[in-house]
Design a protein around this ligand. Structure first.
Ligand code: PLP
Length: 429
């Protein structure tokens, strides 16, 4: 893209980061299916390895196709830079890695994607890290959970799976007062519906597996840095503010300023953890992002219509879509998510666990899969699948109790989706 001061979202989702291929003029971004890049000479190689010059060395660190995607995602989120990686879960580790150390903790929302609760409550303990789970509807509780060892605050903009919205400005205020970075997982909202950095977030993470790619073809993740956080304001973030022994004592924050976190994520995170996105996957995600705004509009339109219809159905005990007038988040939705609240919600059935299982088995058009954010409509019974590793108490706190199914509304004809739900609900009794 040539210098483009004020292009709108629909333009940027197609053009940001991309330019005609300098070698061939190819208009679409080529898939640079290469492992390594020829150095001009020995001095060029040395400068690249010393981070004195930016360029391509080896595709575990950087690749031109992935670089276009990084610039596009950073632009859409309004960030200074982005690091793409192999999955959403990888993105969470790449985001936490420069901040954490043995004995340090992250204060996290108790309503998160089931896999993230497992990653944070179990697996990160192996690194000596821990998470404290708090109800983020109560910013005071978040503030009280912070201690001297806290290094980050973590939440989702629209919490998966429960139709819960986070008051990002209120939480950002708590993080700011504590001198800590706020990390927002913006997977379920996408930058079309929510721009956490504009609301005060420091870092945004994505599972690009979901809406950004949008058609269930790719596993990928991204970390976007706002470039706004002062890593040198305290002694809490030595990886960014202090000399790095693996780069001859280079200080990332002093050297790279607002790009410190992004450079660290590539030069240390991808280099040493190796959770790299491959160029083929980056290509699919770039294709998907070109139509992001159009898809999100339809996801939102279909979701509100179906949520309203389900709310009136005799077999249904409740629907958690934040766009519904009955939702406790309705006012917040108007204020913080004026374009809509996405395609994801849960439905509670009067018939409990058995009715949920029968519903899932009776649907024809909806697919029973552990995914979301696809063009196709998807359904899953979280308690017996994605949230199976959690206690029943954790399941209910996460909005995924035994009598609840999670639905990801696709972009099909809404009448066809309603007809399918109707016949399946009647079959479920
Ligand atoms: C899917 C998902 C993740 C994990 O992403 P993967 O790409 O599956 O690793 C994290 N957060 C949210 C909100 C998700 O929906």
């Amino acid at each position: 893209m040539t210098d483009a001061p004020n292009y709108g979202f629909d333009t940027l989702q197609i053009h940001a980061g991309a330019r005609p291929d300098p070698a061939t003029g190819a208009r679409q971004t080529p898939i640079y299916q290469t492992t390594a890049y020829v150095f001009r000479d020995a001095d060029h190689a040395a400068a690249l390895f010393n981070l004195q010059e930016v360029g391509f060395i080896y595709s575990r660190l950087t690749n031109p196709t992935v670089a276009v995607l990084q610039e596009r995602v950073a632009t859409l989120e309004g960030g200074a830079g982005a690091v793409c990686c192999s999955s959403g879960h990888a993105a969470q580790l790449i985001a936490l890695f420069p901040l954490m150390a043995p004995g340090r903790n992250v204060v996290a929302s108790n309503r998160l994607y089931g896999g993230t609760i497992t990653q944070f409550s179990q697996t990160i303990k192996r690194f000596g890290w821990s998470a404290k789970f708090v109800d983020f509807d109560d910013p005071k509780a978040v503030a009280e959970a912070i201690d001297d060892d806290t290094r980050a605050i973590f939440c989702e903009s629209i919490a998966n799976p429960g139709g819960v919205l986070t008051d990002i400005p209120a939480i950002a205020d708590v993080a700011n007062k504590a001198g800590l970075p706020l990390i927002v997982d913006n997977t379920a909202a996408t930058p079309y519906l929510c721009r956490p950095i504009e609301m005060g977030a420091t870092l945004v993470v994505h599972s690009m597996t979901k809406y950004l790619t949008g058609n269930g073809t790719v596993t990928g993740g991204a970390v976007v840095d706002s470039g706004n956080f002062d890593w040198s304001a305290s002694d809490k973030f030595p990886s960014l503010s202090q000399p790095e022994p693996a780069y001859h004592g280079l200080k990332f924050h002093e050297t790279f300023g607002p790009l410190a976190f992004t450079f660290h994520g590539i030069a240390i995170g991808l280099r040493d953890l190796g959770m790299t996105l491959n160029p083929q996957a980056a290509h699919y995600t770039l294709m998907g992002i070109e139509t992001l705004s159009l898809r999100m509009e339809r996801h939102c339109q279909n979701a509100i219509e179906i949520a309203e219809w389900l709310e009136g159905h005799a077999a249904v005990a409740g629907v958690t879509y934040a766009g519904l007038k009955s939702s406790p988040y309705h006012a917040k939705a108007q204020e913080l998510f004026p374009r809509g609240t996405g395609g994801l919600f849960t439905v509670k059935l009067k018939g409990g666990y058995d009715a949920c299982v029968k519903l899932v088995d009776s649907l024809n058009l909806f697919s029973h899969v552990a995914n979301l954010g696809d063009t196709r409509s998807l359904i899953i019974h979280s308690a017996s699948t994605t949230h199976r590793q959690l206690t029943e108490e954790q399941q209910i706190a996460a909005g995924a109790g035994p009598d609840v199914v999670r639905i990801s509304i696709g972009i099909e004809n809404v009448d066809d989706l309603i007809a399918d739900l109707d016949q399946a609900l009647n079959a479920a009794g």
